[in-house]
Design a protein around this ligand. Structure first.
Ligand code: BES
Ligand code: ZN
Length: 468
């Protein structure tokens, strides 16, 4: 396709997107009604339904689509391809259709899976992470394809296990990586920063997620008859969890920081400029009285280039209303660590396993169960596809893109790098106050429509850039 005809395609697709805003929003709302929570077994049928919903949509757009499920008990990956632009670049677009659990459900103003627009925001679990994101990509491609001239070759890979560190897509990439040739991968699962700028992530943190299980007596006991003699696994577990991090935010697991690489001087200089504004906004977004973290580091370092450890849940004993005088037999805590280059989760898991044994009390047995892990990734943002996306963001949103390290994790990102080998663009359209993973998750409707326009622009620029 010539430059002039790409310009005409761009204008036609933008005009179609502007004319069909209501339909585009309704389509997103339809997907948001599917409660595709990957972490909860009872929602597996919903995950399968969501995968089918996407497959049907891709087929309607003229894509060849199929579901891949490996291992079989996992949630399927939706693979959709259109290769109608020979000689033009190839783009892979990554997203995920699974969402985080909606709880605590009583904190939602309207039900999590009954999407509703209020004050220009669309409220629902997944509105932002990631259905809002991947629907902007699907819509951008749909508007371009409807002109009859999709200017590049595209493969969508939309997985259903991102929020629960699954293996279906990583295994698929590891097995078929060499057949999945592509010029760039749009890892479309990020968002704007606290200062309202589009972001392209130069790093993602890795993760190590464990449960710490504690067992004392063989059965729950009367706390009067046995209190003073019986071991209490809640008390011990609380002490263990507390000991993992000191009051200066320093993690005490032996060797934990050994492989942490400091950021570059250029990164630090950039973060220093933005840190005060970031802290102010982060304080506002958290609604907390103060921010906490490792002393002597910028808040932006603590967000992106320093590792962390957090308890995500702790359970044991009697948690209903009222009193029950009991010494429970068991307790457990969920603890996750965000890891940065060059930390190695296997090394840290071994150290943590040995460390908790030194922290327990004589009558309490503790053991770890690993729930998930992913290594940290670094991603350059100076390749031609990345430049095309930054230009498209600026044209659509009128803001320059911030290049920064993101605190979150996308476990499959490393598999794209290692098995497919193409450069990544890690980005997305949700605004910073979107409350992702929290109650009342929401997406600014204007971000959705402008996001669609930005991606239409990006694809047309990418088409002109030649193979990256
Ligand atoms: N979209 C996020 C990842 C993300 C967060 C990217 C912040 C950029 C900025 C993704 O859906 C996510 O939440 N991932 C999980 C992975 C975990 C369950 C292994 C995360 O980071 O908690
Ligand atoms: Zn998420």
């Amino acid at each position: 396709m010539s430059k002039t005809s790409t310009a005409a395609t761009l204008e036609k697709a933008l005009a179609r997107a502007r004319a069909q805003r209501d339909a585009d929003l309704n389509d997103l709302m339809e997907e948001l009604r599917i409660p595709s929570v990957s972490a909860l077994a009872q929602h597996r049928p919903d995950c399968l339904r969501n995968a089918e919903w996407l497959r049907a949509r891709f087929e309607r757009m003229g894509f060849k689509a199929h579901l891949v499920n490996e291992p079989r008990e996992g949630k399927p990956v939706v693979v959709a391809e259109c290769n109608g632009a020979p000689g033009k670049p190839h783009l892979t677009i990554y997203g995920h259709y699974d969402v985080q659990p909606a709880d605590p459900i009583d904190k939602w103003e309207t039900p999590a899976f009954e999407p509703e627009v209020r004050n220009g925001n669309l409220f629902a679990r997944g509105a932002c992470d990631n259905k809002g994101d991947h629907m902007t990509a699907i819509k951008a491609v749909e508007h371009l394809a409807a002109t009859g001239e999709l200017p590049i070759n595209i493969r969508f890979l939309i997985e259903g296990e991102e929020e629960s560190t699954g293996y279906s897509l990583p295994q698929y990439l590891r097995k078929h990586g060499k057949d999945l040739r592509t010029d760039a991968v749009l890892v479309w699962d990020g968002g704007f920063d606290e200062l309202g700028r589009p972001v392209m992530a130069t790093a993602l943190r890795g993760i190590l997620y464990v449960e710490i299980h504690a067992r004392g007596a063989a059965i729950d006991l009367h706390s009067g008859s046995f209190g003073g003699n019986a071991p209490n696994p809640i008390n011990t577990l609380a002490r263990i969890v507390a000991a993992l991090k000191d009051t200066n935010g320093h993690i005490t697991i032996p060797g934990f920081y050994d492989d942490v690489k400091p950021p570059t001087a250029a990164e630090l200089a950039e973060w220093r400029k933005d840190d005060a504004a970031f802290q102010k906004e982060a304080l506002h977004l958290t609604g907390a009285r103060a921010l906490e973290g490792e002393a002597d580091f910028l808040a932006l370092e603590r967000k992106g280039s320093r590792p962390t450890l957090d308890a995500n849940g702790i359970l044991g004993g009697f948690v209903e209303k009222g009193e029950k005088t009991v010494i429970p037999a068991t307790a457990f805590a969920k603890v996750s660590m965000r890891l940065v280059p060059d930390q190695d989760w296997e090394k840290i898991l071994k150290s943590l396993e040995a460390y908790v044994q030194t922290l327990t009390t004589p009558g309490v047995e503790v053991h770890l169960e690993k729930l998930g892990s992913a290594p940290p990734v670094l991603s350059a943002a100076d390749h031609s596809a990345a430049r095309a996306l930054q230009t498209a963001f600026e044209e659509a949103f009128g803001r320059k893109t911030a290049l920064m390290r993101e605190g979150g994790s996308i476990p499959v990102a490393v598999d794209f790098q290692e098995a497919v080998g193409a450069p990544l663009m890690i980005s997305g359209i949700g605004q910073a106050d979107a409350a992702v993973h929290s109650p009342n998750e929401h997406l600014l409707v204007s971000q959705y429509h402008t996001g669609i326009e930005a991606l239409i622009r990006f694809i047309c620029r990418f088409a002109e850039s030649g193979s990256a």
